[in-house]
Design a protein around this ligand. Structure first.
Ligand SMILES: Cc1ncc(COP(=O)(O)O)c(C=O)c1O
Length: 345
């Protein structure tokens, strides 16, 4: 059978040969002692790119988010965030479990929460109430189909946070996709947040690794939290080398993923019984499967039998993600397979 077209996630990418060479040739040291030159270089590069004081290399996006939240808050504080966001849905309740935070999830519109949504939820100082301390936003937004969080709204959230003595965390696991789709530089997004995380292991094609950036005082705390959470790494330069390679070679090409996802989305939307849930802005396609067409489980099984992999995204939805390891031909094949399957019922 021809190649499997794996559209489950942009995390399934494998390091390209030149990235493997960069990994093999990386200079390393013990990063817990602050001795790994490649990690130091990566952290400097990110601080420059984001125009933050400093940055910290971490093993995963989840850890980047969690060390940031832990560094910005006290146990018992409350975090305002969108109900569909990754921190609320997919981090195993780490924020309450590890940092004692209480979630206050809001119903955003396609992943976007606005200052109008947030203001009524900022608590008055009262002996009975938790302290509203932090707002978390996600850009691009995974469950909202890779939507780019509008910069103007982020700026309004920044201004509100300053006015009400709150802090802002940006879960920028796919911030590079937002940058490429919008043409807005990393630093403009980063300026809206106190801490920003970003993953190298998704669309950027590295095997492991994320980063969290901010001011020195916060990132010093985050470094301690990383150790406390078991994320201190030793000769991590082999991973940082992959991340540096990704920064140099895999950002601009995200535009190809976005074009492929748009093509796939248009093909899916043309099928009676399958409907795009969100317009495709970056590399993620989420579509609804009508009852009369098929069940999600059966449709995924029929796709798999024809060499196309995707994931369920709720009871009536499927997610497909374009990435480095699928080209326009693979995307055309996935679209053809879907169109050829037809309704099961
Ligand atoms: C928006 C978002 N944030 C954070 C993460 C967590 O990243 P990791 O899987 O590296 O922990 C993901 C993973 O898919 C994500 O989509």
């Amino acid at each position: 059978m021809s190649k499997i077209v794996d559209l489950r996630s942009d995390t399934v990418t494998r390091p390209v040969p030149a990235m493997r060479t960069a990994i093999a040739e990386a200079e390393v040291g013990d990063d817990v002692f602050g001795d790994d030159p490649t990690v130091i270089l990566l952290e400097k590069r990110i601080a420059e790119l984001f125009a933050t004081e400093t940055a910290l290399f971490v093993p995963s996006g989840t850890m980047g988010n969690q060390v940031a939240l832990a560094s910005l808050t006290q146990p018992g504080d409350e975090i305002i965030l969108d109900r569909q966001c990754h921190i609320f849905n997919y981090e195993v309740a780490a924020a309450p479990a590890l940092s004692g935070l209480q979630f206050n999830p809001l119903d955003g519109d396609g992943g976007v929460i606005t200052t109008d949504d947030i203001v009524p939820h900022i608590r008055q100082r009262d002996i009975h109430a938790p302290v509203t301390r932090i707002i978390a936003i996600e850009n691009t937004h995974n469950r909202a189909g890779g939507r780019v969080f509008p910069l103007d709204e982020m700026k309004r959230i920044r201004a509100l946070a300053d006015e009400r003595d709150l802090v802002v965390h940006l879960d920028g696991a796919r911030l590079a996709n937002a940058v490429v789709a919008s043409g807005i530089p990393f630093k403009e997004y980063a300026a809206c947040a106190d801490t920003v995380s970003m993953c190298f292991s998704k669309g950027l094609g590295a095997p492991v690794g994320s980063v969290v950036a901010g001011v020195n005082a916060t990132i010093d705390k985050a470094r301690r939290k990383r150790k406390q959470f078991g994320g201190g790494m030793r000769q991590a330069g082999i991973l940082a080398a992959a991340a540096l390679y990704a920064l140099d070679h895999h950002i601009d090409r995200l535009a190809d993923d976005h074009a492929n996802a748009k093509r796939l989305g248009a093909a899916i939307d043309a099928i009676d019984g399958l409907d795009l849930v969100y317009p495709v802005e970056t590399n993620i396609v989420i579509f609804r499967v009508d009852d009369g067409y098929d069940t999600v489980g059966n449709l995924l099984a029929r796709l798999e039998a024809n060499g196309v992999l995707a994931v369920p995204f709720g009871s009536d939805r499927v997610r497909m993600v374009a990435h480095l390891d699928v080209d326009a031909g693979d995307i055309a094949r996935a679209a053809d397979v879907l169109a050829g399957l037809g309704p099961a019922n």
